[in-house]
Design a protein around this ligand. Sequence first.
Ligand SMILES: [Zn+2]
Length: 260
Amino acid sequence: MFLCMIPYITTTTYPKTILKLTLTIFNMISLKIKPVEMKNFNLKLHQRNISEQDMIEDLIKVTKKLTKQTLTRIDYDEHGHFGATTFARKFGSWNKALIAAGLNLNCRINIPNEELFENLANIWLKLGQQPVGNDIIKPISKFSLGTYEKRFRSWNKALLAFDDYIKNPNIFNIATDKEVFNDPSPSHRTPRKINWRLRATVLIRDNCICRMCGASPAKDSSITLHADHINPWSAGGETTTDNLQTLCHICNIGKSNIVF
Ligand SMILES: [Zn+2]
């Protein structure tokens, strides 16, 4: 009886399952199943012999897309097809490419070194640690990595120049006439205002860590660091590195409430 049932199972119920499985495998093999995870992925392969015309057209296309009169290298790298460095290589410089495309030049052709260093200091203090080349991007940076590399010949040389700049002994004597005028004090030899170079020197010296609670933007991006007068300026304290310390914004507020 049992043996008699085998042909029945084989020819009716079982083949349907096998047929289903076979069709599924066939569909997979014949690539009827679309590779969903690859659908939105477009490789940007290195292209040789790109025509200047194609590059200019892409430059204009991105400028129009962003509804701007001109274009920065950072904006183009984010939205363009070729990469700003390719333009600099092909046309001699980024600005020459802009001219070739009939676009306005970026206003900032000769950015002073001091502004580049101040931007670098702001990034360093915001991150709570020394930035690497990949950190030099919008919105944390006002300028592109290419701007630093072009000015100083490499990122490492930019860092060395920055180090020289903020360690310059004149840092302590750069109270401008304006600062002194706004902050006259016969009882002090230094102005109350802490300029960005001195602030950067103190915070970097303290490894961007609050001296009271140990907080650092490197661990918590909501932390903002301040350079604080250890002996308050109002009590005769000077604006010098030995009288300045790093405090987070929370400890700084707490300390300012203490009456000396
Ligand atoms: Zn703190």
